[in-house]
Design a protein around this ligand. Structure first.
Ligand code: KG4
Ligand code: ZN
Length: 346
């Protein structure tokens, strides 16, 4: 089975082809156009601008990925239908519906967060050649505890099997990535803020300023990052000269400590067989290392999976992979009626 994946939920336009060759999942094509630099001018993603760029880039990317015009060899089309920005999602959804309808190939609707989980299926191979093929997937052990950390979401989810999810906790306000982006803005750093803050943090002292670790003793598995952002703002207002690197390092440490502690609480509560870290914030080295070290120390029997560095951010490989698993189960949607859902849940 060979599946075309399309992703346009935020500011990356992406197209990929993933195939299943007798239980071996292979990335055949992986093409992506990032709009991050365009949105950096506005300090964040502007939905209408994102939609315009997706519309301009999607078909050139299909050509770049070598997708045949008649769909020959493609068995199903998978597309992100939500969550995300409606004008952006619509571009991918309408294009996927048109392809599915005209090719007479089945359509799979993929939840973007479920897609991020499937990005770790391709975590055990040498880095992907740029835009090219490669990579063979594996399956983590179930039940798997997933820490999903992106620009729009922060959730702890128990994955009991393919397509079977239980949300254990989520943020009550800002997502972890959103906190990075907002604090970066306070510090005068460009969008997206996560990579900028982690770069600045390398030069700073993470124990220089004590920022709160929100809700670590709340007894549940929810998060809240809005107060942490406010704590940074209050601190900055109290200073005449801003120690940029120290603020970045101390803030990053507070976010990482909170995410790691909550994940350890969840492990104790649900006893998973593996832990998956994914979403854009999973690019953060301190988070990958701190969580990996804590799990190895405290739960040596547990396997820990993070996406390959090339697949932490939004991409279509994860959408095609997730779509392929759904297609194998025959979970198709009607290409005449699928609509984008900005609030889609797992
Ligand atoms: O998954 P993603 O690419 O898009 C969404 O689905 O939201 O996540 C984007 C988020 C942004 O908030 C960005 O600042 C954050 O991921 N991010 C990072 C790092 N790289 C990207 N946050 C912390 N450290 C990083 N190295
Ligand atoms: Zn994402």
């Amino acid at each position: 089975m060979r599946v075309l994946g399309i992703e346009t939920s935020c500011d990356e336009t992406a197209v990929a082809v993933v195939s299943d060759d007798g239980g071996r999942f292979v990335i055949e094509k992986n093409a992506l156009a990032s709009q991050a630099q365009i949105h950096a001018r506005y300090g964040g993603v502007v939905p209408e601008v994102a939609a315009r760029e997706h519309a301009a880039f999607l078909f050139p990317l299909l050509v770049e990925a070598g997708v045949p015009r008649d769909g020959e060899g493609i068995d199903a089309v998978a597309v992100t239908y939500g969550p995300g920005l409606v004008p952006a999602l619509r571009v991918g959804v309408e294009a996927a519906k048109a392809l599915s309808w005209s090719w007479k190939k089945p359509l799979v609707a993929v939840n973007h967060l479920e897609g991020h989980i499937y990005s770790v299926w391709f975590s055990k191979f040498p880095p992907l050649p740029k835009g090219g093929s490669g990579g063979v997937a594996f399956t983590p052990l179930f039940p798997a505890l997933c820490l999903l950390v992106s620009g729009g979401h922060t959730e702890l989810v128990l994955m009991r099997d393919h397509g079977v999810y239980e949300v254990l906790g989520m943020t009550r306000d800002d997502a972890a990535g959103e906190a990075f982006d907002k604090v970066a803005k306070l510090l005068g750093l460009p969008y997206p803020g996560g990579p900028e803050i982690s770069r600045e943090a390398l030069l700073g002292d993470a124990s220089a300023i004590h920022f709160p670790r929100p809700m670590i003793a709340s007894g549940d598995l929810d998060f809240s990052f809005a107060g942490l952002k406010t704590a940074v703002r209050v601190y900055l207002a109290s200073q005449t000269a801003v120690p940029l690197a120290d603020v970045a390092a101390s803030f990053q440490q507070a976010v990482v400590d909170t995410l790691v502690l909550k994940t350890l609480h969840a492990v104790a509560k649900v006893s998973p067989r593996s832990v998956i870290l994914s979403g854009g914030v999973s690019a953060n080295r301190l988070l990958r290392e701190t969580l990996g070290d804590a799990l190895r120390e405290q739960h040596p029997g547990l396997s820990f999976h993070v996406p390959d560095a090339s697949l932490t951010g939004d991409n279509a490989v994860m959408i095609a992979m997730c779509g392929l698993m759904r297609a194998k189960r025959g979970e198709f949607v009607d290409p005449l009626t699928l609509v984008a859902d900005p609030n889609a849940r797992l």
